[in-house]
Design a protein around this ligand. Structure first.
Ligand code: ZN
Length: 398
């Protein structure tokens, strides 16, 4: 079966596949109930998907259907499909081959000192070379590679095949397109999906992590970015939604790269925090600072918890306006349980809904693989979400 056939089969059965992605293995009879179709119709559809290698029967369910009859549990076949996930950080490119269950089966990091915008062709060639190595390491059939997902630093437009970098011009921010998607297409004859890093991370959480229909994700490291998932969909705004790094956190705070003062990013980014820690402890990166704090360095912990309070304050309006099911925090800062607890306490105390009910706060579901899984999930998301109604599948099955 060609990748295009596999993709169209998955898109035809997107409701069934998304149900299994969010809820895990199910019996045909339960799928029928949730899909609102007959069990024979589910049997027909699952047979097609089992024949195509997308689904597997994984054993008998505990519950009995009737005298002597047991039902098989159906699940996604992890080896049924793969997507290449490319996640760009300031320091490197994380490349991973991610299976249909959202697991990284092979990965490598690509380091380069080349300027991304100036040397795009050369860098994409290096990425393509490393990706080919990943594919041959795992030896997957070409027809099961369904696409390439890319987590970008700036906003991205998959249709136009570009991501954006920004230039300050006469006090205004001017987006400058970089043809990342178009250049990748020359090496891979499969669809390319791109989104900002935070949106990619949120997509990964949506399909393979917290699996909630409404949540807010905040990524803090070199910069600060965020993403909103509402009704199961990533909220895109007019293309630049999620720029939380430039939310005002202090009226007369430090000068930000965007030309404004007191942006969240100028107070809690890696460089801002290392600058605050430097007078009393020399650390090279945020991971080290967080580890020292977790191991008893009280002064560093105090600095990190101050940052946590600033982040929480910046999140209060979003919590009250959107009332998300959970907030997911990604980045080295949140390797500290105390930092997460501080954010939760602040949100519980200083939001309206926090005084109505507990606010759920959680770290990334994936640790170091979060970026690759998130980037790859952008492709899976287009296959299993196309045209479906909001809030499908429901987060909780009764
Ligand atoms: Zn700013």
């Amino acid at each position: 079966m060609a990748p295009t056939d596999l993709r169209s089969l998955m898109m035809t059965n997107h409701r069934l596949l998304s149900l299994l992605m969010i809820h895990g293995p199910m019996m045909r009879v339960d799928m029928a109930k949730w899909l609102g179709i007959s069990t024979p119709a589910v049997t027909y559809r699952t047979s097609d998907l089992i024949n195509a290698g997308i689904l597997n029967e994984i054993g008998e369910a505990d519950g009995q259907l009737g005298p002597g009859r047991r039902s098989q549990l159906i699940d996604l076949n992890p080896e049924g499909a793969y997507v290449l996930g490319i996640y760009r950080t300031r320091a490197e490119f994380e490349l991973g081959l991610v299976n249909l269950k959202g697991e990284v089966v092979a990965s490598r990091n690509l380091n380069t000192t080349l300027d991304y915008k100036e040397n795009l062709d050369e860098i994409i060639e290096l990425i393509a070379k490393d990706c080919r190595k990943l594919i041959s390491e795992v030896n997957i059939p070409a027809e099961r590679l369904l696409g390439v997902g890319v987590g970008t630093i700036g906003a991205a437009d998959s249709q136009k095949g570009v991501e954006y970098t920004y230039r300050m011009q006469d006090g205004r921010i001017t987006p400058v397109p970089i043809p990342t998607g178009d250049t990748l297409s020359r090496y891979f004859g499969i669809p390319i999906e791109m989104a900002t890093k935070a949106r990619a991370l949120a997509s990964g959480e949506r399909w393979f992590g917290c699996r909630r229909n409404s949540f807010f994700l905040v990524h803090v490291h070199h910069g600060v970015s965020s993403a909103v998932v509402l009704g199961g969909y990533l909220y895109k705004g007019q293309g630049h939604a999620g720029a939380m790094g430039h939310v005002k956190a202090s009226i007369d705070g430090p000068l930000c790269t965007c030309g404004e003062r007191g942006c969240l990013e100028s107070i809690v980014s890696r460089d801002a925090l290392l600058k605050k820690i430097k007078p009393y402890r020399r650390v090279t990166d945020l991971y080290e600072a967080v580890e020292l704090a977790n191991n008893g360095d009280e002064r560093i912990m105090e600095t990190l918890c101050e940052a946590a309070k600033v982040i929480a304050t910046a999140c209060t309006s979003i919590v009250d306006v959107l009332e998300p099911e959970t907030l997911v925090f990604v980045g080295p800062l949140f390797n500290s349980p105390k930092v997460l607890e501080t954010i939760k306490q602040e949100l519980d105390a200083h939001t309206f809904v926090g005084r109505l009910h507990q606010i759920e706060v959680s770290p990334s579901s994936f640790g170091k693989d979060a970026g690759m899984i998130g980037a790859a999930s952008l492709v899976y998301s287009t296959l299993v979400q196309a045209g479906q109604s909001p809030d499908w599948p429901p987060t909780k099955l009764s």
